[in-house]
Design a protein around this ligand. Structure first.
Ligand code: C2E
Ligand code: MG
Ligand code: MG
Length: 661
């Protein structure tokens, strides 16, 4: 740019100078011609008198005075008188008769007296022009310098400095530095551009702010669980990897807690997903509150959480934290004005003892969590290497259950239920048995949980219902007085939409009357008594079926559900019967349950009655029915038939019960 500016200044100057030279040359020539004519005229005039008076000395003096003019290089005066020689003076270097010559005739009163010739310096004009050119050049150079300086100063102040500031402003914009807006006071284009850049900077700043906030939101969405706001699995894996690296470097311990809510699915199924979400949110914040700020809690999937405890070397401290978590999770949550409670199973793995890789820690904590479930849930279990083989055993159990169903390895045994006062047979409970090809008879306690976990429970339940109905049909045909057959339905099965279908079809297929069949459900089913539970119970009542509440007293016994769902029986759990009549607490409790049930028109069955003393106490407090080894162990259908034939039923009682319902 500077070159262009220099060109713009120099070129016109040079062109002007060139033109000026040309005009000067012409003007100089004219001037010179005039001055030469003047010298010639004056010299001729000065010669008139000396030539008239024929004074050679004076003539010579005039000639010399003409030579005094530096432009004159030679003079020749030729007199008209005969025999006179021309007077000629010339400068030493001058070659005579060269260069421009001017000629004049010297005359007086019309009489010619002689001739005057003057030779002039031929380089005079060139020298004069050269001199002038030098002066002009000097002036032009001065002018160029001055205007250059002025121009540079103006350029610097008005152009270069603002451009420099604009550049800084633009780089600040590009580097997204937060800088104060620059001050632009003048009203020229660059200042306007600067003001504009200030605006752009402000707007870009705003945009970047928005973008950064959006980016942060997106990162939060990508790395956090939308419902609970806890880190999700992706973020947790990154945090765990970092924690493992630094724990390895600093030789510190870590603990990983894999937490699974027990029976959360049933909460979701029964009280609805919105309530399930509320429960998850509440439990998440409880976990967060229970832990130190440095510890990480993440929602791993649906109802699974993982907790990472830093600096956790002492096993008892980890166990204490896990216990605190269990307590925090178990406390009921008030949802839609109802207390909803779930427990949790926690598996714990420790770094570096149980694994030095993040994946191994997670896997082992998960395995330990399954062990906690297997031990009856609501507890925490530390990982042990043998759990891996147990996990394989569970997987194998699932396979075997499938085969058992396909190959008919299951059988129902029947345990009598008798009237407490008369001892007459009122019914029986159908209890499933598995004849395992290798392991012999397997208790339902060992496989019902596994069947629930792998989803086989519905198929197994359908098999139980149909087998019980088939047995009822067979006993009716054989005139065995069996009373009512109670079938156990697990919580998952109860909420399955096909339960009512299965029951309807089985009853129709085997001509089973409603009073011949009874459904046993555990308290936990009714505990989450919601619209779904209510609807299913109404369906069952619609079929004419009666409900018995199994294991009464072991869960959150609530009078409200007894009133609403109208079971025909409650079965006092064996754990309250076992220590009767010796245990004071159990005595009070059983008596209270019996009185309460009587007041509500619900019959009471005492489970696990093994001794005469127990029977005596139960009879005294007014218990309706007994079930237990004292009367009979659960037995195959044929043996039960023999028992029933011997004891006989109390038909009046059964019919009365049906009419009451
Ligand atoms: P439950 O429904 O409470 O059944 C009573 C359990 O107590 C039975 O164990 C029975 O054999 C046992 N029992 C009865 N009287 C006595 C006694 O005097 N002393 C002692 N020590 N035990 C007694 P079982 O047959 O091993 O069944 C265990 C549980 O498995 C059942 O508890 C029930 O919850 C479940 N179950 C059994 N059959 C089925 C089934 O077909 N479907 C489902 N979903 N669950 C079943
Ligand atoms: Mg039962
Ligand atoms: Mg029971």
């Amino acid at each position: 740019m500077l070159l262009a500016i220099a060109g713009a200044v120099l070129l016109p100057t040079f062109a002007g100078w060139h033109l000026e030279q040309r005009f000067t040359h012409d003007a100089q020539e004219q001037l010179l011609a005039q001055s030469r004519q003047a010298v010639l005229g004056m010299t001729a005039a000065a010669l008139v008198e000396p030539l008239w008076s024929i004074d050679p000395g004076a003539v010579a003096a005039v000639a010399r005075s003409a030579m005094a003019d530096p432009a004159v290089v030679a003079v020749r005066v030729t007199e008209r008188r005969p025999l006179t020689r021309p007077l000629q003076l010339a400068r030493p270097n001058h070659v005579p008769d060269l260069g421009p010559v001017l000629h004049a005739t010297v005359a007086r009163e019309g009489v010619p007296l002689g001739e005057l010739e003057l030779w002039f310096d031929p380089g005079q004009i060139d020298r004069a022009i050269a001199e002038r050119r030098r002066a002009t050049l000097l002036l032009a150079a001065l002018q160029v310098m001055m205007s250059g300086l002025v121009l540079m100063a103006v350029l610097h102040r008005r152009l270069l400095l603002p451009i420099e500031r604009l550049k800084r402003q633009a780089s600040a914009l590009a580097s997204r530095d937060t800088v104060e807006p620059m001050v632009w006071n003048r009203r020229d284009e660059l200042n306007e551009l600067g003001c504009h850049l200030n605006d752009v900077h402000a707007r870009v700043g705003d945009l970047f702010g928005q973008l950064e906030r959006k980016q942060a939101d997106l990162e939060k969405i990508a790395l956090h669980d939308g419902l609970t706001g806890l880190p999700n699995r992706t973020l947790f894996q990154a945090l765990l990897a970092a924690a493992v690296t630094s724990a390895r470097r600093d030789r510190r311990g870590l603990a990983l807690l894999f937490i699974d809510l027990d029976r959360f699915k049933s909460v979701n199924d029964t009280i609805g997903h919105a309530a399930g979400d509320t429960l998850l949110e509440t439990l998440s914040s409880r976990m967060r509150d229970t832990l130190r700020a440095a510890d990480v809690v993440c929602r791993y999937s649906g109802d699974e959480f993982v907790v990472l405890l830093h600096d956790a070397s002492a096993t008892d401290e980890v166990a204490a934290t896990a216990d605190r978590l269990l307590k925090a999770l178990e406390a009921p949550v008030l949802i839609q004005f109802r207390p909803v409670a779930v427990s949790a199973s926690i598996g714990i793995s420790l770094f570096p003892g149980d694994g030095i890789e993040p994946e191994a820690l997670i896997r082992h904590a998960d395995t330990a969590m399954y062990a906690a479930k297997g031990l009856g849930r609501a507890r925490c279990v530390f990982f042990r290497p043998e759990f891996n083989s147990r996990l394989q055993a569970t997987a194998q159990l699932e396979q075997e259950l499938k085969r058992a169903l396909a190959e008919g390895q299951f059988e129902l045994h029947y345990q009598p239920q008798v009237a407490c006062d008369s001892g007459q047979l009122l019914g029986c409970e159908a209890l499933i048995r598995w004849h395992h090809p290798d392991r012999g008879m397997v208790s339902p306690l060992q496989f019902i949980g596994a069947a629930e976990q792998c989803g086989l429970i519905n198929e197994l339940g359908a098999w139980t219902v149909r087998s019980a109905c088939a047995q009822i049909a067979a006993w009716k045909r054989d005139r065995v007085p069996f009373g009512t057959v109670a079938v156990n339905v697990s919580a998952l099965e109860f909420r399955h939409h096909r339960l009512v279908d299965t029951l309807t079809r089985a009853m129709a297929d085997f001509d089973v009357l409603p009073h011949e069949l009874e459904i046993e459900i555990t308290e936990s089913v009714l505990m989450t008594d919601t619209d779904t539970t209510q609807r299913i119970v109404e369906h069952l009542h619609g079929l004419g079926l009666r409900l018995a509440v199994d294991d009464f007293g072991t869960g959150y016994s609530s009078l409200a559900y007894l009133k609403r769902l109208r079971p025909s029986k409650v079965k006092i759990d064996r754990s309250f019967v076992r220590d009767l009549p010796g245990d004071e607490d159990d005595r009070v409790l059983v008596q209270a349950v019996v009185q309460l049930a009587a007041a509500m028109g619900i019959r009471v069955v005492a489970e696990g009655v093994e001794t005469e003393a127990q029977r005596g106490f139960l009879h005294t407090v007014g218990c309706d029915m007994l079930q237990g080894y004292l009367i009979s162990r659960p037995q195959p259908a044929a043996q039960f038939a023999l028992f029933a034939m011997q004891v006989g039923t109390a038909p009046d009682f059964a019919i009365t019960a049906v009419m009451e319902d």
